[in-house]
Design a protein around this ligand. Structure first.
Ligand code: F0G
Length: 352
């Protein structure tokens, strides 16, 4: 068996690289597609449910698929530095891949609204981390200006290479399932990923690898749901900080994906997200970050409303690893107990 060498090598013929492109890879991709039978029995008994576990990527999120290509292309064109705005995961991924490429990395994040694990990653990989007293949308607008003036490479999903790399996730899902799913649920923030998946599915069909296309089902958090509401949200709010975005850069592309595929964009409350987040961890052994669980929250809602047909094959993308945001997990779980180091004390706590 040839070893897995990352998404550029695996999907080279679908990607804009040449023999001259220096490939910066951490062997991203090839993430598990796990069948979730226990969860399906409870939330969507009429369907087969699979989880695409993108937290298994090298920096713990799907961003690595796009970052390998964006940073490789930045190096190819001899960019001076790479820069991004981020709710956390993009900054972690840019820092890792940029560091590996030997490029300076600058990241702008909303102060106090980035999960600890993500901040730790960007810092550990040596990026210059700048926290702004504002939100992601403001950070992105500043970063766009700086990149033009300083001729830095912008590695947000406005960079077309990011979406090119991320589309490989859809292709992998088809390879793993042996066909395309009928429904694909994804959390939506800056709206790049849902657009990338749709591109991937369409290109795979054009290449004769699949015959059907899934319905693309985007899920936003209720307090940060500009696409669902049809207008920019100036002060987006949600505890799912990864998708706390009020003016998504790929808004139009995402709407196009949803319309062309006869899918939907819907919103779920923070409570619904947390219910799904806990169910995934407890019932399926899959620890994702809160934003990721929005996909399963959306599925739950659609299934309960009778919108999911009998026999559907559903994939939910779980975009980031639960360890990114340890504070949430600790805060919403029952407190742990500390007792004397004795057998009796321990036995007294066992519920058997
Ligand atoms: N899930 C997670 C864990 C994310 O980090 C993001 C986006 C999304 C979902 C939404 O994906 O933006 O393509 O619609 N995070 C970006 C960041 C904004 O800066 O890390 P999207």
């Amino acid at each position: 068996m040839t070893p897995w060498c990352g998404v550029i090598e695996a999907f080279r013929k679908f990607l804009p690289v040449t023999d001259q492109t220096p490939i910066i890879s951490l062997c991203e991709g090839n993430t598990p597609l796990i069948q979730a039978t226990r969860l399906a029995k409870r939330i969507c008994p009429q369907a087969d449910l699979y989880l695409k576990v993108e937290g298994a990527n090298p920096t713990g999120s799907f961003k690595d698929r796009g970052m390998t290509l964006a940073v490789s292309k930045a190096l190819e064109k001899q960019a001076r530095a790479v820069m991004c705005a981020s709710t956390g995961n993009t900054s972690a991924s840019a820092a890792a891949y940029g560091g590996r490429a030997g490029l300076p990395v600058y990241v702008l994040v909303p102060a106090g609204k980035v999960a600890l694990g993500k901040l730790a990653q960007a810092m550990a990989h040596g990026a210059t981390v700048i926290q702004i007293e504002g939100n992601f949308d403001q950070a992105l607008s500043i970063v766009k200006d700086v990149c033009v003036e300083e001729q830095f490479e912008l590695v947000n999903s406005l960079n077309p290479f990011r979406l090119e790399g991320q589309k490989t996730a859809a292709m992998e899902v088809c390879d793993q399932l042996g066909r395309s799913p009928s429904y694909h649920f994804l959390p939506v923030g800056n709206a790049g990923n849902i657009s990338a998946y749709w591109k991937g599915y369409k290109e795979y069909r054009a290449a004769g690898q699949i015959t059907q296309l899934p319905k693309m089902m985007g899920v936003q958090a209720e307090g940060a749901a500009p696409i669902v509401r049809g207008h920019v949200i100036d002060h987006p709010q949600t505890m799912a900080t990864a998708i706390r975005i009020g003016n998504p850069a790929s808004w139009k592309l995402a709407l196009q994906a949803v319309q062309e595929s006869s899918g939907t964009v819907e919103m779920v409350t923070d409570e619904e997200i947390l219910v799904a987040y806990q169910a995934l961890a407890k019932e399926e052994g899959v620890f994702c970050e809160p934003a990721s669980a929005a996909s399963v929250a959306g599925l739950t809602k659609d299934s309960q409303a009778g919108r999911l047909p009998e026999g559907a094959t559903v994939v939910c993308t779980l975009t980031g690893h639960g360890l990114k945001d340890p504070d949430i997990a600790v805060n919403i779980s029952p407190k742990t107990r500390t007792v004397k180091a004795s057998r009796d004390a321990v036995f007294s706590l066992l519920q058997i």
